[in-house]
Design a protein around this ligand. Structure first.
Ligand SMILES: [Fe+2]
Ligand SMILES: [Fe+2]
Length: 139
């Protein structure tokens, strides 16, 4: 059984360094929402997280497109869903307490995104590695 929510750990490493760095960075940003905070800092962190997430999703999609990954369209669909959830949170955040924002971030990153890495991201890893091995790129 996968945990409902979890922090970043080596268990979700893909072995693709640039992807792992971006995944880990998103969990680090998510962790900054815990504990005491002030409205301005939280709003700034929220837009940073949204921006960083969209960079990651775009880079990942570009990587998959470059190798002609067959399941790219369904992967993109998952990313669209994630972007929509993040942008809904951004829109609603003005009306939420800091605790509510922290809870939503935890659901999104430590919940949804964690499971996405373990399932949907994990599916592309063999294809990307095979391509890199064939191209003689060390991983
Ligand atoms: Fe993904
Ligand atoms: Fe990813």
């Amino acid at each position: 059984m996968q945990p409902a929510k979890a922090d970043w750990s080596p268990a979700i490493e893909t072995g693709l360094p640039e992807i792992d760095d971006q995944h880990r960075q998103l969990f680090e940003l998510a962790a900054t929402f815990r504990g005491e905070g002030d409205q301005i800092r939280v709003m700034r962190a929220l837009s940073m997280l949204a921006e960083y997430a969209s960079t990651h999703l775009r880079d990942e999609e570009a990587m998959l497109q470059a190798i002609g990954y067959p399941a790219l369209e369904s992967h993109r669909e998952q990313h669209r869903l994630f972007r929509a959830m993040l942008s809904a949170l951004l829109d609603e955040s003005r009306h939420l307490t800091l605790d509510q924002i922290a809870t939503r971030i935890e659901e999104l990153i430590n919940g949804w995104f964690y499971r996405h890495i373990l399932t949907v991201d994990a599916e592309y890893v063999p294809a990307v590695k095979a391509q890199r091995d064939a191209a003689g790129v060390a991983d």
